[in-house]
Design a protein around this ligand. Sequence first.
Ligand SMILES: [Fe+2]
Length: 300
Amino acid sequence: MKLNLQTNNQSFVLFDVAMAILAVLGLALVGLGWWLGGAWQWLAYLMVFCLAILAYGIWIAPKRLKVTHLREALSKSPQAWLKAVYIADLHAGSNKSEAWYKKLCSMIKEIDPELLLVGGDFSVCDTSYLDRLQGLSKLDMRHGKYFVLGNHDYLDDPQIVKEQLSAWGFESLTNETKMISFQGLELQLAGLDETLYGVPKISKRIPEKPLLALAHEPDALLDLSEGQADLVLCGHTHGGQIRFPLIGCLVVPSKLGRRVDMGRKVINGIPTFITRGLGEVLCRARLLCPPEIVVLELGI
Ligand SMILES: [Fe+2]
């Protein structure tokens, strides 16, 4: 049987089978440790600890939404601060219920931003779960809702994703630049196309006005140079999804490697923020890497 691991539900099934085998083996070792007694009991304690971490990573950690704040001046002397929310990698699929995405939307509503930016990967090779994100349609922003597509949206059906988002009041920013007027000031919003399936570029820029760019992958920064954007928002990496104390994550899907795992970085002289995202791919687990809502205060 040939498995297509781009289908998240299949990879989740494989993950669940692997975890079930590990759990059985772990419980067997717990029993063996207790039965042998003496120093072997430490083996039982170790296995109980490992199984508890596993259960936490699968059932609790992916649901724990965290809010990160970032205050970034896009101009040398900002005259006003615009509150925006940035999210990415929603990956609507079998791992998260519609209720969880409703909770995400109610948290965004409570933050009360004036602008909502979404950095792609709405689906994960199955658009039938997109309706779980319909709470996004009820979020009204004074300065609009914008998105770029991610690699999974391209793999699935970019047209369906685009049409759905448009119906929910979002505007596509893919290789486009839009101007926002805020308290008499102007902010350029640019979106870059996906690096694996598109040709990312900043379509136009007025040099004297601040520019905020949205890109799905940090690799989009490889084609940008200092001064082309004042801040770039990325996703895609999920922060590695599974992180370990002191070490961090083991792998990041980027040519730039683990240095673009998550958080604020400077790449090619451009301030960049990489979110841990909201959903999961391949394995339905997270560890030390909670789903993230980014609240931005943008100095214009
Ligand atoms: Fe992605």
